[in-house]
Each structure stands twice: as structure tokens, then as C-alpha cells.
Design a protein around this ligand. Sequence first.
Ligand SMILES: [Zn+2]
Length: 227
Amino acid sequence: MAIIGTQQSPIKIITGEAIFAPVDPGFLRFHYTRPLPGKVDGHNFVFDPPADEQNAADWSISVDGVKWLIRQIHVHAPAEHLIDCHCAKDCAKPFEAHLVHSSPGDVQAKGTKVVVGVFIEPGTETREKRSLDKFAALMAKRAGDGGGKKPKEIAPQDFLPDSGLDQFFRYQGSLTGEPYSEDVSWMVMKDIGIVEQAKFDALVQWAKHKARIIQPLNRRFVLKSFR
Ligand SMILES: [Zn+2]
């Protein structure tokens, strides 16, 4: 039974109301540089972590010097977080990827998590993002023949924007699905990831199509790393 408190996600983020909290260069660092193995599980691509997680630099991000390992990626269409949106609906970005991280050793991501949210839109890619095609193809294959059990590889960096990796909003929130646990540090990237229209369409097809309703901010602040 989920216990739902006062720090739920997603929320509506208004850039002008977020508090500018400068961070040191390198406060948020993405260390993944190559495709990483994993399996499709429902709407998620779940990474198979290496045995020696302490040395798994390629699997990690760091937030203020603390290391977090990537556990899964899934995508939502439409986006769950609303940005600079003043109506109740219909102004959601078309798409949001969630990159879920937990501490080394916490393979099931039962404890505290860092989830990086990236809005993605169709356009002209400035670098080829082959893993997005692959992600959609793996989902399609699973739906078609019940496969997807064999390990595959996805490059998490393909889900990141090409620029502005030091520009993000952050706030304390929850999972947006069961069990809605309030153990998530959200990092929502300001810049948007751009992918070719065909890849975008394929991704949308395999996204989670139910966005959770916007949750009250209550006594929380949204911080931004940029002016
Ligand atoms: Zn999600």
C-alpha cells in the first residue's frame, strides 16, 4: 500500500519562479560513454549492472561528488513534468525520458534515487542517436514475439540533450508510478533532446501513455542551476 505524502511528482515547473541556486561546474556529471547491456521489462529498459559496481564509471553520474548508477530508462508521451505552462492541460511537452539511478549496490533501486528527466522533440539531430531507434525496436520486438530476454545494449547518453548539461531544475519528489515513494531527487534538464522525426515517432509508440496528474508543490522549492 503506497503512502502518499506531500512531496509527490510530477510537478509544474515555472522557470521564473524557480530559485537560482548556483552550483560548481561539474555538480552534475554524466560519465556514461558507451552502450550498456540490459533487458526490456515492460516499458522499461533495465540495465544489467556489472559485478563490481564501485568501479563502474561508465554506468554512473555524479551529483555534488556522489556517485549514482543507471538502473533503467523509460519514456513518457506526453511528458509528465509541465514547464512554463499556465493552463491545466494540453501544454505538456510531447515526450519525456526518465533515466533512473540509485546508489552502488542498490540494484533494485529500493533506496534513494536520482531521476534525470529529459524532454525530447523531433528535429534535426546534431549527433546520431542510434540507441533511440534501438530502444523502440527492442520494445516492438518484445510486443511482437515475447522476446527481449537476451541482453541488448543501449547508450544512455543518447537520451541526453546535446547541450546545456549544466542547466537543470532540481527538486525533491517521488516516483510517478507505484509505489510513489518520496525518495527521488529529480533533475529535469532545461535543454531539449532533439531526435529525427522517424525515431521520435517510433519512440512515442512505445512510451508510457499515461502521464500522472500534476502534484501540488506544497512546501518545496524548485531550484535552477542557471539564470
Ligand atoms: Zn517515469
